[in-house]
Each structure stands twice: as C-alpha cells, then as structure tokens.
Design a protein around this ligand. Sequence first.
Ligand code: UDX
Length: 440
Amino acid sequence: MRISVIGCGYLGAVHAAAMAKLGHDVVGVETDPGKAQALAEGEAPFYEPGLPELLREAVATGRLIFTTEPSAATDAQVHFLCVGTPQKRGEYAADLRYVDAAVASLLPFLAPGSLVAGKSTVPVGTARRIAEQVRHAQPDAMVAWNPEFLREGYAVKDTLHPDRIVYGVPDGAGSEAGARAEALLDEVYAAPLAEHTPKVVTDYTTAELVKVAANSFLATKISFINAMAELCEATGADVTQLADAIGHDARIGRKFLNAGLGFGGGCLPKDIRAFMARAGELGVDQALSFLREVDSINMRRRVRMVDLAREVCGGSIVGRKVAVLGAAFKPDSDDVRDSPALNVAAQMQLQGAHVKVTDPQAIPNAERAWPDLVFSPTVEEAAADADVVLLLTEWREYRDLDPVTFGEVVAGKRIIDGRNVLDPATWRGAGWTYRALGRP
Ligand code: UDX
C-alpha cells in the first residue's frame, strides 16, 4: 500500500519505519527540515533501541522516504497522523495546534477513497471534528482513530508486535463506512503484525478513550504503589516486598508496581492532565478527580527524594556535592520531558547543593532543557567528590554498579536508590549508607 505518516517524532518515525518493514511504500512528512533530512539519511534523531537498524534498512530498500512537503502524501491510500499533543502552557488541556496544522496541510491532497488514521493521543471528540473537516474537503475520504500504545525504549517491538489493535471507525463497527475503514486498516496491518493480535473495532470516541483510559490506569497503578511507599516510610515496612506479595495475585499483577521516584515523560503526566481537563469540559470532572490525587502522589515523590537526600546529608544540602545518576525520564531513552530525575536535580541545585548529573544518552537533550544544571559524561566523574549519590533513572549500567569498586571513587559512600533496583544488603555490606524510597 501507499502510506503517509504525518509527523515523524517518536511515534511517527517508528511507525513509518515499521510500515515500510511490513512492505508498504511510505512517505514520512516532517515539518522540521533537520529531522526530515536526518531521517531521509536513515538516521534516528533520537535514541531508540532498534530504530537506527530498522530505518537504515527501510531507507535502503527505497520504500521509505522523508520530506517536509505535505504534497508528497497525495498518492497515499492511508495517512497516519502522528504529531504530538503536548500540554498547553500553564493549563492542563492538550495543545492541539500540531494536530490541526497536520490536518490542514493534508486536506488539499486527500484522494477519493483515502483514509486519515489518527494515532496521536487526543481529547475525546477530536476525531469527530477532524472527520467533519475531511468530509468538507473530500467527501469520499474517511477518518479512523487508531491509537498507538508504544513505550519509549520498546517502540520498535511495541509497533511490530502490539498487544492489541484498536480501530475507531466512522459510524462504529458494523456500519458500511466502518467496514470500509476497517478493511483499509486490516490491509495495512496484514500478517504478520495483526496475526494473533486481539483487535477491537469501535466508534471514534471509544477509541480515543481507550488510549487515555489505559494511560490513566497505568499512572494510577504507579501512584498506588507510591502511596503505599509513603505508608511504608511511616511504618518501617518494605514497599518492594509488599509489591511482590500483592503482585502475585493475578488480578493485580506485578507489572507497573515499581515504587520509586514515579512517572514522567511525554505521555503519562500530560495525558492524565488533559483527560481531567476534557472531563471538566464534558461536565464529569468528578469522575476523574482521583487523577488529581494520582498526580499529587507522583509529584510528592520528587519532594520526598530531596528531603531524604537532606536527611542523608545530616540535615542540610547547602554546599553539599550531589551526583545524580540519570537524566532521562526512564532508561533506554534520551527523552527528558518531565523527567523526575532532572526535576530532583534542579530542586536540589535551587536549594544550594552542587549537583552533577550524568546519563548514558540524554545529556544533550538535558543540557538544552536545563542549561543551568551541570553535567558529567561519566558516573565516575559525576560521583568523584560527591557527598551523596542519587540513582534516579535505572539504566542497566547503574543497576550493575559494583559497590566495592564504585566505593573507591566516591568521596562519601552514601547512595539513595530512587528506583529500588539495588540490593540493599550488598551495598551496606560494602560499607555504603543505603537509603531508598519506601524501604526501611
Ligand atoms: C507510556 C505507556 O506505557 C505507553 O503505553 C503509552 O503509549 C505512552 O506512555 P512511556 O511514557 O514510554 O509509555 O513509558 P512507561 O514505560 O510507561 O513509563 C512511564 C513512567 O513511569 C516512567 O517515568 C517510568 O520510570 C515510570 N514507572 C513505570 C514507574 O515509576 N514504575 C513502574 O512500575 C513503571
């Protein structure tokens, strides 16, 4: 099939390369000329394991091209909208300017019988609004909503082997227009991608809600265990053992019960806020008032981390040297959007500590986002004269640190495990003061 992908950030770049891998002819439209150029040369403009190989292979076959020119999408049978929907400045609501611009740029080039498939995370009601615009521009084109559930760090795997496929189709499943949209998307996701993958075909609004509901549930699960961590801190219990024990109940499950510094990134925090804002507009804000608490619990962990560091430093962090391991919002990513690690680093610097941050991949992005922070290329350099080390993003190399050899390069053997990934006994055995969130 001929496919266009509008917006080639995390979502679009991976989607475009994955669609070419499936054998389609794909044109990626990206307004940022630098990004478009890099992608056209088979280079990923961000760190995502497996993506450079996938991109290079697809570009080499000639089935994947990138351009800044929306008219290049003219021949496509399916147009995937993959632009970002960030949080509006100073508000909870989602900023739809990129979605609106992408749709506007596409309207003049829509061919009869083509399908616009939205993948971006949008407030409920957006698909219907876009469908109206599309109908005016090209009465024989259609809109479907096809949310994406990929995780950064696993984006290639999640795109090529999704847990489920969701289609929101015009007039809902079973309608004539719905069946046409479904058939086109089925052709896109033909075997092997769709084989054995559960598929839900539904209406626009349900499809839009599926995405935000899933992210809200995940955020709630993390904040639930972090609330338990607060209880553990007050009582001397151990939240990691608590999570293991309740996680054995198959109805609960152990995944996404890792207590620590909480969630960040470009999705969960802004998605729950945009969801609350939309619920307010729909007059059902009470239904989601618990998400405000989910957000507060999450943000409180960052404050608690600073307090714990203060405690470990003997009551004050003023003038103390602090090494922060991790800048990305999670490992295997160079994304620093709403990074809990950088938030903690900045808070501590503001409160008078001398902070050095290190990260295996995210330093360039972190430097752009937080130009006042000090960065070190290696753990050893960041930690050399540190009074306390904070492990805030659980990269493999930090989890694998040997407390004995690492202990030889630091000034003070004090570590706070913000992600509960180190073995307390081993670290204490090597002479370290080991503290963690939610553990005695
Ligand atoms: C998330 C959803 O998982 C994905 O389905 C959706 O499409 C986009 O948003 P992502 O933001 O890439 O994906 O990261 P995810 O792996 O979900 O982690 C989000 C945050 O939660 C990270 O900061 C991570 O450190 C934190 N987290 C995750 C926890 O604190 N504890 C956990 O148990 C799991």
